[in-house]
Design a protein around this ligand. Structure first.
Ligand SMILES: CC(C)(COP(=O)(O)OP(=O)(O)OC[C@H]1O[C@@H](n2cnc3c(N)ncnc32)[C@H](O)[C@@H]1OP(=O)(O)O)[C@@H](O)C(=O)NCCC(=O)NCCS
Length: 173
């Protein structure tokens, strides 16, 4: 019953958005994002020709996630109550501070949602005691790099990989 309401669940509110844990019946939104991914994204992070990962894999992932950690929170539009993607933090349990990550359905792009959600996650991270965040982005990913620049992330490193150049950016909180 991992999909029950949990009073430890993180809830972040912005003028237009709610950021909160995923519900199992929203797994199809996660799969749709995978389907929409740019062909330059490594194949193991896209839906393959046989339709895998299938919906049940996304459902299992949501059931297994801990609602008390910020993780990759569902981004819900307050006016229409639909989930358009995720924004949140990954990692951070080791030596290095966590990474900011975000991804939205294409139909919601270009309206400032990613930037609005990410600002709220930055505030949350600062309040939780983090002093720095990281974000990695493919060099070709102009929209994501623009979001990170608007948030004040600056490039700290770049790495050549078989999938292209991965740019590491960082921001002190
Ligand atoms: C990155 C992403 C989350 C941005 O979502 P969004 O809600 O459209 O972002 P915002 O509207 O807040 O900001 C996007 C900015 O990029 C700019 N932009 C978008 N596409 C662009 C392009 N092809 N060339 C130049 N600028 C572009 C927009 O104009 C806007 O900047 P502005 O406010 O200065 O005009 C969305 O494109 C996405 O989900 N991409 C696929 C997943 C992904 O790349 N995730 C990040 C992995 S690091």
């Amino acid at each position: 019953m991992a999909d029950r309401a949990d009073d430890r669940a993180v809830l972040i509110e912005t003028p237009r958005l709610l950021l909160r844990p995923w519900r199992v019946d929203e797994a199809a939104v996660q799969r749709e994002m995978w389907l929409e991914r740019d062909p330059r994204v490594p194949a193991h992070r896209r839906i393959d020709a046989d339709g895998r990962p299938a919906l049940d894999a996304f459902e299992a992932g949501i059931r297994a996630s801990d609602p008390s950690t910020v993780g990759l929170l569902a981004v819900e539009r307050k006016t229409v109550s639909d989930v358009i993607g995720y924004c949140g933090l990954v990692g951070g349990s080791g030596v290095r501070e966590p990474e900011l990550a975000f991804e939205l359905l294409r139909r919601s792009w270009g309206q400032g949602h990613a930037t609005e959600a990410a600002w709220a996650v930055l505030d949350w991270a600062r309040a939780a005691g983090h002093e720095r965040l990281w974000a990695s982005v493919w060099e070709w990913n102009v929209a994501s790099r623009r979001v990170l620049a608007k948030l004040g992330f600056t490039e700290s490193d770049r790495e050549e990989t078989p999938h292209g150049v991965n740019v590491m950016t960082t921001k002190g909180l």
